[in-house]
Design a protein around this ligand. Structure first.
Ligand code: FE2
Length: 197
């Protein structure tokens, strides 16, 4: 196993471990068996180094998991999902995600998708929605979650939040950055869209 493969393997094992110990995750979707690492070229985003350098002040219950994901940061295919004209330059300097597991992920499967999401401090992820039902899991840090027909909630490590199909939601950070998993279990082909005000 190469050095890079070992880094991916460590992250996958930490996530599998998390699934085995967390009913909210395992009840939402089964963790796929026999995930094989594909070769996907890495691509950086403005937040790549922020996540890579985030090794202290973690605000987490999952230190080993956080560090395994942080170590992955330079080797993954970072995406932003939105155009500057939709969300603005400031948001795009603070936001990025990568599909670690999923139909087009580093670990390919059609059973689910797990996106690793990083949002820097003092950021506002505007109202958006998508067909896929989605579970957020906070690895570390903190953020305010708003969603239509649900209470506003400040989420920190280990907390989850379910977004139903097409239920609009928005996320705000203040003094904390936040690292989360965003898990989709179907309808991956239909991407997330901003809601025009
Ligand atoms: Fe979402």
């Amino acid at each position: 196993m190469s050095k890079t493969e070992k880094i991916f393997d460590k992250a996958k094992n930490e996530i599998q471990n998390l699934w085995n110990n967390n009913n909210e995750l395992s009840n939402f979707v089964k963790f796929p068996d026999n995930l094989i690492l594909k070769h996907i070229k890495s691509k950086v985003a403005p937040v790549t180094n922020k996540l890579f350098n985030w090794k202290e002040n973690l605000n987490t219950n999952h230190k080993d998991l956080h560090l395994a994901i942080s170590d992955l940061s330079p080797y993954v295919n970072w995406e932003q999902g939105y155009e500057e004209k939709e969300v603005g330059k400031n948001f795009l300097s603070k936001y990025g995600f990568f599909e670690l597991i999923g139909p087009t992920g580093h670990y390919e499967t059609s059973e689910m998708a797990l996106y690793v999401n990083f949002l820097d401090q003092n950021a506002y992820y505007p109202w958006h929605n998508h067909e896929a039902e989605e579970l957020y899991f906070i690895v570390s840090g903190k953020a305010k979650f708003e969603c239509k027909d649900q209470n506003i909630e400040i989420l920190s490590s280990t907390k989850t939040r379910l977004h139903k199909s097409f239920q609009p939601h928005a996320i705000t950070t203040i003094e904390n950055q936040v690292l989360s998993f965003v898990i989709w279990k179907n309808k991956f082909e239909n991407i997330s869209k901003m809601i025009r005000g």
